[in-house]
Ligand binder design. Sequence first.
Ligand code: ZN
Length: 144
Amino acid sequence: MKIEDLYRDIIMEHYKNPRNKGLLENDKYKKVNLLNPSCGDDVTIQVLAEDKKIKDIRHDGHGCSICCSSASVMSETLINKTTEEAQNIIDEYMVMLTGKEYNKNILKGEAIAYTGVSKFPARIRCASIAWKAMEEALSEAQND
Ligand code: ZN
């Protein structure tokens, strides 16, 4: 089995069985919606942060497999992290998507399944939109 196949399995698994999917009616959550018109991706992220810690992340929307699966992977990667840790992980994820050397001590686990996306510039927005929405929701949470 090639490493690319392994990564594809992770992406398809999260696409078919997304974790933390579905939004909640709860004013304590910060909510951000982002669109990717070129692909038709539509992602909404909800985050609950308390005491500088991410207690919960929810996501919903529709789009391609890269977009929808990455929202699921992002939620699992960042729940229970501090807001500072989460921001550092988001930063390294963005570095990885540009194909540059990223910090493997900070960004690890299933999120690295998207490393190959850097070879397909048209898909970078697909892989980053959920993470960008998360970053915006996080900064809103920190401004409270
Ligand atoms: Zn897409």
